[in-house]
Design a protein around this ligand. Structure first.
Ligand code: NAP
Length: 433
């Protein structure tokens, strides 16, 4: 008998889980990687910044995983809607939810529902051509933009707003986003952090990159930096990141027309405007036991766009235990949710770490399956899923269909760009044939 595993989510966590299962069981396992979109690769395609193409090269590895014998992509199928997790558990020996964290954490301040306020899932999805967000109305007619959060996603958003069209044209940024950015009036980007430079979670490369933009100058207020001697207590990588922030501080204003202003020690308290965002109100903070405490001093940042880059949540799936407090499925450290049901990646540990962090995660969940004694129990597996989808008149796509979509994207790319993404699912289905 052959072991069968369903992995829900064709992103990095899903592919590393599949790779681990292939290494563990070789030819004795059948793996279905199920995704709701016709396209695989999850965050690589829709999250990683378009100007970070080298990170995207990892899709070659995922492609090899998917093309290995016994492994299929079953795309255009939404688990929890087209097929339930309970049904998957009846068809496969183990089910792994590697569905990521595609929902924005709520900002939860007055005015956060005004037009012009968006979450990073939506904004990043917009410039990356994710079908859910390609139609987002992004108004760049105001000279100011405020980005809330001091993580790498905030830096990605700032960089995309600050770069020139020439800097972006050779990337796979979605055509609609490039066209909107080409007409952008944004000149002052503000990255708002409720704590200070030492508490920021930027990484070294991402912070340093801001010092090399064609038309933008990063600006840090010297007064926001702690005494340099205190950097010694930082972990070496983080210390290097802070060194970049120090290099941005106290520089004379240069001739570059765009500024990226680090607004440390500022807590967002409201978005104000007449019918749309016109300013972000922030309260100055000070650190108490490492936490940001408001001082009562308010300040307005003029902006027509507010992007909340404050973290993500996993979407609940009917029938699976889910924690509102955690924003994901509660699991043990190895990713166990229930007998035969596991989670890996952001769906297990929350939205943290790099793409590579998902690799040990995938291998960890397979180790847990082995420890749990998961064995082939004669379940229907992939053939059973095909039969179930057929009874429902549902049309799943496979990896060959994705390759057709990919070929069409490559064929319609701007000169010098790797692809022009197709952002409409109906169009993808037509190309898949
Ligand atoms: P993150 O690094 O966790 O940063 C989230 C930021 O939001 C923190 O600065 C946090 O501040 C702030 N925040 C949370 N709630 C807030 C609130 N209510 N008001 C104001 N600020 C709030 O998350 P991320 O930037 O979304 O990135 C997610 C993961 O993907 C990270 O591990 C990141 O490194 C990774 N990533 C990597 C790359 C890359 O390698 N190039 C690119 C993008 C993302 P506190 O610290 O005060 O809580």
């Amino acid at each position: 008998m052959t072991l069968s595993i369903a992995i829900v989510g064709a992103g990095p966590a899903g592919y590393y889980t599949a790779e681990a299962a292939q290494k563990q069981w070789g030819n004795a396992v059948r793996i279905d990687i199920i995704d709701r979109l016709p396209t695989p690769y999850g965050l690589i395609r829709a999250g990683v910044a378009p100007d970070h193409q080298s990170i995207k090269a990892v899709t070659k590895r995922y492609e090899a995983t998917n093309l290995a014998p016994g492994t299929r992509l079953v795309s255009n199928v939404t688990v929890g809607q087209d097929v339930s997790v309970e049904e998957l558990l009846s068809l496969y020996d183990a089910v792994v939810l590697s569905v990521g964290a595609p929902l924005d954490k709520a900002l939860g301040i007055p005015g956060d529902d005004l037009p012009g306020v968006v979450g990073s899932a939506a904004f990043v999805g917009w410039y990356n051509g994710h079908p859910d967000h390609a139609g987002l109305a992004v108004d760049l007619s105001h000279h100011g933009a405020a980005i809330i959060g001091n993580g790498n996603v905030a830096i990605d958003c700032a960089r995309i707003l600050a770069k020139t069209v020439d800097e972006l044209a050779s990337t796979d940024i979605a055509g609609h986003a490039l066209a909107t950015l080409a007409k952008s009036a944004v000149r002052d980007v503000h990255i708002v952090g409720r704590r200070g430079p030492h508490q920021a979670s930027f990484t070294t490369k991402e912070a340093g990159e801001l010092g090399h933009l064609v038309r933008a100058q990063p600006i840090v207020k010297p007064a926001d930096l702690p005494p340099e001697a205190e950097d010694a207590a930082l972990e070496p990588g983080h210390r290097k990141m802070v060194t970049h922030l120090r290099s941005f501080a106290g520089q004379p204003r240069n001739e570059k027309p765009v500024t990226i202003n680090f607004e440390f020690f500022r807590r967002p308290v409201a978005v104000e405007g007449h019918g749309k965002a016109e300013r972000l109100i922030v309260e100055t903070t000070r650190l108490e036991d490492g936490q940001a405490r408001g001082t009562g001093e308010l300040h307005a940042i003029p902006c027509g766009l507010v992007i909340a880059c404050i973290g993500y949540r996993t979407a609940a799936i009917p029938g699976v235990n889910w924690s509102d407090a955690l924003g994901r499925f509660p699991t043990d450290d190895a990713g166990r949710i229930a007998p035969g049901l596991y989670a890996s990646g952001w769906a297990r540990r929350g939205p943290s770490g790099t793409i590579g962090t998902n690799r040990p995660d995938g291998f960890g969940v397979v180790e847990a399956m082995v420890a749990d004694g998961i064995t082939a129990a004669g379940k229907a597996g992939p053939a059973g899923l095909d039969a179930l989808l057929a009874t429902r008149g549902l049309r799943a796509l496979d990896f060959a269909a994705w390759q057709k979509i990919e070929a069409a994207e490559v064929a319609q790319a701007r000169p010098g760009a790797p692809r022009e993404k197709i952002v409409d699912v109906t169009k993808m289905l037509a190309i898949a044939g």
